[in-house]
Ligand binder design. Structure first.
Ligand code: SF4
Length: 313
């Protein structure tokens, strides 16, 4: 029987988690430009929007070019939308580019023209949700907001709750757990957010956690429970044949080749090689074009010899 008097308290365990995970982060965290102390809050906001759906390795070159070209919100705000969409390149979900520009415009018009430090003001910006507002308040302004992304949720689920995966969508219980785990010290709390996120990205990965490299493996509830199977089967995001794939192929044409006759879309998207073996039916193409028009990502011109589609002006 273990001696109950010598068992560490929950507070003691939490303090150990903080010390070890933050120590691991100091030694192993990636040297990313938006983590540089010289990076502006604007640079951090741009990185958080880009990283929402896209891996670091693909974001890095686009973020770097973006910050060179538009180092302040005002620089981005005055740019034509077509340029912004072009610069977004192949990061995916290009509506984010337009929302980021809308956020830049709102910031540029505000007194001082600077990214706000206040969580509520951040949340009021176009395209900025609860996660992004908390992340920018924390990483740009050192505020101890509770930051919860997919990686953090997975680490918490395994390390503390003993489950292979978090729930399918964020629950109040997960938020409460994340809040309970936050260090009391402001600086340590911000490091903790970044450190747990990095641990999830590099070590406690979704498919093959590298527990041998984990600084808290001996405290992990999931390992202690024998690594039980997930309580649901995760469904991967389909891509081939989806509207997302077809929209992506159309957007690539508009970005790289300029205006395209609407009637030529079936042939041109095929020739682009971006659809693989998928042959979209007219109804899918029509639906995707309508979606791009509704999202403001494309404009239809009916004033020439034939209708064309282009990026917005
Ligand atoms: Fe994740 Fe393995 Fe570390 Fe547990 S021991 S937190 S499963 S990497």
């Amino acid at each position: 029987m273990p001696d109950a008097r010598s068992a560490p308290s929950p507070e003691g365990i939490t303090a150990t988690l903080h010390r070890r995970v933050n120590g691991w982060f100091a030694a192993h965290g990636r040297d990313l430009p938006w983590r540089d102390p010289a990076c502006t809050p604007w640079g951090i906001l741009v990185s958080e929007i880009m990283l929402q759906q896209t891996p670091v390795v693909r974001v890095l070159p686009v973020w770097t070019a973006w910050m060179e070209r538009w180092p302040t919100p005002a620089d981005l705000a005055r740019e034509p939308a077509a340029e912004v969409i072009r610069a977004w390149g192949r990061l995916g979900y290009p509506r984010r580019a337009l929302r980021l520009q809308a956020a830049a415009a709102a910031i540029a018009e505000s007194p001082g023209g600077l990214v706000p430090a206040d969580h509520g003001q951040l949340l009021a910006l176009p395209g900025v949700g609860a996660y992004t507002a908390a992340a920018v308040a924390c990483f740009a302004f050192g505020q101890p907001e509770v930051v919860v992304d997919t990686n953090i949720r997975r680490v918490h689920a395994r390390l503390v709750s003993g489950r292979a995966l978090p729930e399918k969508s964020l629950t109040a219980a997960e938020m409460a757990l994340a809040r309970d785990l936050m260090p009391a010290d402001r600086d340590e709390a911000c490091r903790w957010n970044a450190a747990v996120m990095e641990l999830g990205a590099l070590v406690c990965t979704a498919r093959s956690p590298r527990c041998g490299e984990c600084p808290v493996a001996d405290l992990c509830a999931w390992r202690a429970a024998g690594m039980p199977e997930p309580h649901y089967r995760p469904t991967g995001q389909a891509w081939a044949g989806t509207d997302r794939q077809v929209r992506g192929a159309i957007m690539a044409l508009l970005r790289e080749e300029g205006p395209v006759p609407v009637a030529a879309l079936p042939r041109r998207t095929q020739e682009s090689g971006r659809l693989g073996s998928h042959r979209p039916e007219d109804a899918q193409l029509d639906r995707c074009v309508a979606g791009l028009l509704a999202d403001g990502l494309a404009v239809r011109h009916d004033d020439g010899p034939e209708p064309t589609l282009s990026l917005p002006g």
